[in-house]
Design a binder for this molecule. Sequence first.
Ligand SMILES: [Zn+2]
Ligand SMILES: [Zn+2]
Length: 337
Amino acid sequence: MTRLETAPHCARRLRLARILPILLLAVVTARCVSRVAPPPPAPAPPSDHAVTLRVEVGTGVDRTVRRVSLEEYVRGSVPAEMPISTNDAVGGPLARLQAILARTYALANRGRHRSEGFDLCSSTHCQVYVPAATQGAAVARVVADAVADTRGVIITSGSGPIQALFHADCGGHTSSATAVWGGPAPDYLAGVPDAFCVTEARNHWRLALGRDHLRRMLNTDAETAVGGRLDDVSITQRDVTGRATLIEIRGHERRIVRATQFRAVITQQLGARAFRSTFFGVETSQDGFEFTGRGFGHGVGLCQTGAIVRARAGSTVEEILDHYYPGTWLERYSPTD
Ligand SMILES: [Zn+2]
Ligand SMILES: [Zn+2]
């Protein structure tokens, strides 16, 4: 039987036999298309050992340099830099936030202490790092989950990890890196307003110093030394957010110094908690000086107090990072970057 001789019902069956697979394919395809397409497989995260860091731990005779993987380093840094509550709904999100910060900062600053034979110190100069083995079990679990959830994730603005600077409390406006330290700075460190940290009572600080006490402290540093007499301290320049940037010190010598330097000389003697920020004013009296200020830390980048309040108010990790580092995004770090 030739095709031309095919009986009508056979021809219909044949046509149906030919069309059926196409119809079935169409139905299957339509069902597939109507479903949400599964996400493409995530790129393989970098091996835990792809990046190792040489971290200085301990001081004095106990000082050693440890080689730790990047993710191990992040596990040790997260709870040392961010209070992680284990019975608080935001404990997990804040641990994830800090893990991304710690990883980004470590990668951007690897080799900061190269001339001393290691990559990062474990103090606030770089990031505080305490080996994860010393963490309590509950905190360690939250942190380990957060580090695993964000494994390899960093903040970028298009060319590798950003300078993910952060501080305890901005006092109401994060500061421009240029205003604080001088020199050029990336757009994401230009400073943003922050209406969240200011709701916390610890936002304000005050320090009264006797005239001679302050004079002796200033004389410990060549840049602020005034000699045998201290007459006055005044703020001669503020940045657009109100943060002091230049200080005039008048005494036997007259000095103009950066506010960060002035603060550093005092915190060197009294600790960082005594003179918390450069977001301050000063009043002079017969006896000495009263400094009143807002915030805690250099004020550049992410404000941790603001981030905590935002997380409690329902902001996601991405939204928080987007506020403090505008124009940046998250990506998975590739060791070949
Ligand atoms: Zn350091
Ligand atoms: Zn803030």
